[in-house]
Design a binder for this molecule. Structure first.
Ligand code: KIV
Length: 255
């Protein structure tokens, strides 16, 4: 399937079978998640935190993204490979298109950027070149410094209206889906009902969106030092790793 076909297939999931998206940053994880049938592998800039040990996503560079997108794409997944445009690599439409092309050359089949109406020109520039774009609204990790912390959004009628207007602007500019991060459930549901492309929620309530995305380390329990309140781990890879290391230590040192 071409990248455009995958984007169209994603778009057609609106109101249908829920989309299951997970982040992936390396080859083995991408292969395993793809074999499990995940729809979208997001090479998120969360890799700055959960892979590279940074305090937030604001120090992630284009080179970091290209390195990890290449690894995920090498798994040749059936799932869509979606790459984040890192901070300050899409400040203008021309820069956004140039960055999106670099991500595509590394193996991304679609790109994601943060922000609403202010990003419409950037989205137009990228989709106009035939590269599928996913929007990202609500809590925007790349704006964490300006925002002063991770907070729920869409609480007041004004905030809800602004988010909805942003979502509509992104749809008009051509996005094939929108991630809603840490949006209060009622607002996430409202946006989902009002727009024509699928919404993919994270920390935005259960069943409020057309799909869900999770950071894979939250699902696997492999990054125990920061676990968001909405995370629902299905494994405890941190403990399994500690136990395996302890057994190895005992084996090596007991001779
Ligand atoms: O970078 C990331 O992992 C993301 C998800 C939180 C949606 O953007």
């Amino acid at each position: 399937m071409t990248a455009t076909d995958k984007a169209e297939a994603l778009r057609r999931r609106k109101g249908g079978r829920p989309i299951a998206a997970l982040t992936a940053y390396d080859y083995p994880t991408a292969r395993l998640l793809d074999e499990a049938g995940v729809d979208v592998l997001l090479v998120g800039d969360s890799l700055g935190m959960v892979v590279l040990g940074m305090p937030d996503t604001t120090q992630v560079t284009l080179d970091h993204m290209l390195h990890h997108i290449t690894a995920v794409a090498r798994a040749a997944p059936r799932a869509m490979v979606l790459g984040d445009l890192p901070i300050h690599t899409y400040d203008t439409p021309a820069q956004a298109l140039a960055t999106a092309r670099r991500l595509v050359a590394a193996g991304a089949e679609a790109v994601k950027l943060e922000g609403g109406s202010g990003q419409a020109q950037q989205v137009r520039a990228i989709t106009g070149a035939g590269i599928p774009v996913v929007g990202h609204l609500g809590m925007l990790p790349q704006s964490i410094v300006e925002e002063g912390g991770y907070r729920k959004t869409g609480k007041t009628p004004d905030q809800a209206a602004e988010l909805l207007a942003g979502a509509q602007a992104l749809v008009a500019a051509g996005v094939c889906a929108i991630v809603l991060e840490s949006v209060v459930a009622a607002t996430a549901r409202l946006i989902t009902q009002q727009i024509a492309v699928p919404t993919i929620g994270i920390g935005s309530g259960e069943g409020t969106c057309d799909g869900e995305v999770a950071v894979v380390t939250d699902l696997l329990g492999s990054f125990p030092w920061f676990v968001p309140p909405f995370a629902r781990p299905e494994a405890n890879v941190a403990d399994a790793t500690r136990e395996a290391a302890a057994k190895y230590l005992a084996r090596v040192t007991s001779r």
